[in-house]
Design a protein around this ligand. Sequence first.
Ligand code: NAD
Length: 343
Amino acid sequence: MKNALVLGGGGFIGGHLAYRLKKEGFWVRVVDIKEAHEFWDHDLICDEYVQGDLRDPDLVNKLMKSPKNNGFDEVYQLAADMGGAGYIFTGDNDANVMHNSALINLNVSYEASKQNVKRIFYSSSACMYPEHNQLDPNNPNCEESSAYPANPDSEYGWEKLFSERLFLAFNRNYNLDVRVARFHNIFGPMGTWEGGKEKAPAAMCRKVAETPEGESIEVWGTGKQTRSFLYIDDCVEAMLRFMRQDTFKGPVNIGSEEMVSINQLAEMAIDISNKKLSIGNIHGQEFVTKYGFECPIGVMGRNSDNKLYKEKMGWEVSKPLIDGMKQTYAWIEKQVMAHAQAK
Ligand code: NAD
């Protein structure tokens, strides 16, 4: 039986990945600082759930040892201090985001190189791409080769860039077998949908589900900024295919090339709900008065560029955004209703 270690498996992508690994017959250890996964039943995602802080090197040393000491076949490093625009772009969490995630990655890369880890996946982010290539909402450039000269627009992105380089350095100097991918806005059910760490698709679905007929939902900024969003099942498939080939270590984008504006994303959620709602864009002084800080919107345009992935993998992601949004809306609507009833 193969075994896998999913670091940050109490989170959104980690939960879905661990579920898939269990279904494939892996023995799975999940580690997360959270006491439990908020949405998954642990029996479905792992054989062992360890609540622990990966900033602690002694703990990482212990957890990197597989139960029979025969080494982990697959290790996935997904743990990070992160959230949506309201968390990583305001500046208020910069020191924690950099310090916490860097400590995790320093510990994990070091211990993985010392122990019998057969291969390790590191999840970087599209946030590491330079700001100057993402100013035009209709024409962003996120080709892998455009990463340097580096100029990410957030400290979260700088930490990702540092840790990509860290894992690749352990590959060069200690033969650690690494796979590095840059995720572009992954979304779907069983993820954070409220509380400030949720991303745009979940936030739109929640706002639409909560807003009474005839009223308006709030969109941060002009809503003209563009992004692409990849459904979680396509993300997990893309990760596993990348992880399980022997020649290409990345970094490579894992994302969708279906670019939409944030207003279009909001309209999509409204259409799915069958409600009559309007969009109220909020920025400038109105935003400062309401939230106490400038409206965080990130770069003006971002889209995945999948040429390299397709060329190396001979496969591409395919689920249309609307299909993923329908599944996500249905799940978030249920959460909103359950919360309203519990109050
Ligand atoms: P998530 O926040 O849902 O999951 C990350 C998990 O790491 C959380 O459960 C969190 O509790 C855990 N964690 C944080 N600090 C920890 C610590 N000190 N010790 C142990 N666990 C700790 O995020 P996600 O959406 O599942 O993302 C997974 C990875 O992919 C992250 O590294 C993220 O930066 C990267 N990524 C995600 C997206 C996306 O759209 N979801 C996009 C780009 C990159």
